[in-house]
Write a protein that binds this ligand. Structure first.
Ligand SMILES: NC(=O)c1ccc[n+]([C@@H]2O[C@H](COP(=O)([O-])OP(=O)(O)OC[C@H]3O[C@@H](n4cnc5c(N)ncnc54)[C@H](O)[C@@H]3O)[C@@H](O)[C@H]2O)c1
Length: 312
C-alpha cells in the first residue's frame, strides 16, 4: 500500500502546492475539493481527485475509507471574509462542521491533521506586533470566528484523542497560482493590473502592513507540522506596507505606474505581522524566500498563467 496523504482544498491556490510537495516526496496524494473557488486544472496530474463537499459527511467517509490515508492536510475552506459576512451559516458549515467531519474521518484511520488557519483575521486590530500564538484571538468577521472554532476542534481532539494534530496560522500567502479575482491576494491582483497596464488601487493610502509569506515556505512548514501537536504561526515576522510591496512588484514588472489611493475598506486591519519563533523552535522551520526574490519569481510565473488564461 502506498503512503497516502489527503489534501482537502487541493484544487485551490495553497492546496495545489501542498499536493505537489506530497507527490515530490514519493507519496500518493488524493485531493478532495468541491471546486467552489478552486479549479480542476490546478490539481496535479499525478494526484487522484474526488469532487466532494466536506460538509457531506457520508461522501467524505466513503473516500477516507477507500483511501486509508496516513496524513491529512486540511485546506478546504470558505475563505472569503465578505462571503462570511453575507452568509455566516454557510461559512460555519464549511469551516466548522466541515473541519469536524475531516477530523472524525481522519480519526478512523489514525491520520494526523494539519489545519490551515489564519493569522490576520484571528488576532484583530489591537494585537501587539509581531503577534505570537499566546494572544487571545479577537476576530471581527465570521470567517475569523469559524476558523477559531475549527482550531478549537483540532486542538481539543489532539488533547483528547492522542493523535498529533497541528494548526498552522498563515500570514498573507503569495505565489504562483493565486487567483487575481478574489478579494485578497494583493500580489496576484496587483500583478494582473500591472500586466494589463492598469493602475491598481492601494487601500488605506498604501499604509496598511501585512506579513507576506511565499507559498513554498508555507508548504514546507505544513509538511514539518504533520505529526506534531501544536498551534504555529507560519509567517516571516517582517511587516511590509502595501506601498513598499507595490514598489517591489513594479521593479519586478519593470513598470512605473502611479497607483490610485483610497481609504481602508471596512473590516480591514491596519497592521498585521506574526511572530513565528515557535515554528522555528519546535518545527525547525524558517521562511527561506526573501520577499523581493519571491515577488520577482511570482510575477514571472503569474504572467505566464495570465497569458495562458489560467490562475483561477
Ligand atoms: N491565502 C492566504 O493568504 C491564506 C491566509 C490564511 C489562511 N488561509 C487558509 O488556507 C487555506 C487555503 O487557502 P487558499 O488561499 O489556497 O484558498 P482557495 O480558495 O484557493 O482554496 C480553498 C479550496 O477549498 C475548496 N473548498 C471550499 N469549500 C469547500 C467544501 N465545502 N468542500 C470541499 N472543498 C471546498 C475550494 O474550491 C478551493 O479549491 C484556506 O483554509 C484558507 O482559509 C489562506
Amino acid at each position: 500500500m502506498p503512503d497516502t496523504a489527503i489534501v482537502t482544498g487541493g484544487a485551490g491556490f495553497i492546496g495545489s502546492h501542498v499536493a505537489d510537495a506530497v507527490i515530490a516526496e514519493g507519496r500518493r496524494a488524493v485531493v478532495i475539493d468541491d471546486l467552489s473557488s478552486g479549479s480542476a486544472g490546478r490539481v496535479p496530474s499525478e494526484a487522484d481527485f474526488e469532487e466532494i463537499d466536506i460538509v457531506d459527511r457520508d461522501a467524505l467517509e466513503r473516500v477516507f475509507d477507500s483511501v486509508k490515508p496516513s496524513a491529512i492536510f486540511h485546506l478546504a475552506a470558505q475563505s472569503s471574509v465578505t462571503v462570511s459576512v453575507k452568509d455566516p451559516g454557510r461559512d460555519c458549515a464549511v469551516n466548522v462542521q466541515g473541519t469536524l467531519n475531516v477530523l472524525e474521518c481522519a480519526g478512523r484511520h489514525e491520520a494526523p491533521v494539519v489545519f490551515t488557519s489564519t493569522g490576520g483575521a484571528l488576532y484583530g486590530n489591537d494585537a501587539p506586533i509581531p503577534t505570537d500564538e499566546q494572544r487571545i484571538p479577537a476576530p471581527v468577521a465570521p470567517y475569523g470566528a469559524s476558523k477559531w472554532a475549527g482550531e478549537a476542534y483540532i486542538t481539543t481532539w489532539a488533547r483528547a484523542g492522542r493523535l498529533p494534530h497541528a494548526v498552522c496560522r498563515l500570514g498573507n500567502v503569495y505565489g504562483p497560482r493565486q487567483s487575481p479575482h478574489g478579494e485578497a491576494g494583493v500580489v496576484s491582483i496587483f500583478s494582473h493590473r500591472l500586466w494589463q497596464g492598469e493602475t491598481p488601487t492601494l487601500y488605506g493610502h498604501g499604509r496598511p502592513t501585512r506579513d507576506y509569506v511565499h507559498v513554498h515556505d508555507v508548504v514546507s512548514a505544513m509538511l514539518k507540522a504533520s505529526g506534531v501537536t501544536g498551534v504555529f504561526n507560519v509567517a516571516t515576522g517582517i511587516e511590509t506596507d502595501v506601498a513598499s510591496l507595490y514598489e517591489m512588484l513594479q521593479r519586478a514588472a519593470g513598470t512605473k505606474l502611479e497607483p490610485k489611493l483610497a481609504p481602508l475598506r471596512e473590516g480591514e486591519l491596519e497592521r498585521s505581522c506574526m511572530d513565528a519563533t515557535r515554528a522555528e523552535r519546535e518545527l525547525g522551520w524558517k521562511p527561506a524566500i526573501p520577499l523581493s526574490e519571491g515577488l520577482a519569481s511570482t510575477y514571472t510565473a503569474l504572467v505566464e498563467e495570465f497569458e495562458r488564461g489560467g490562475s483561477g
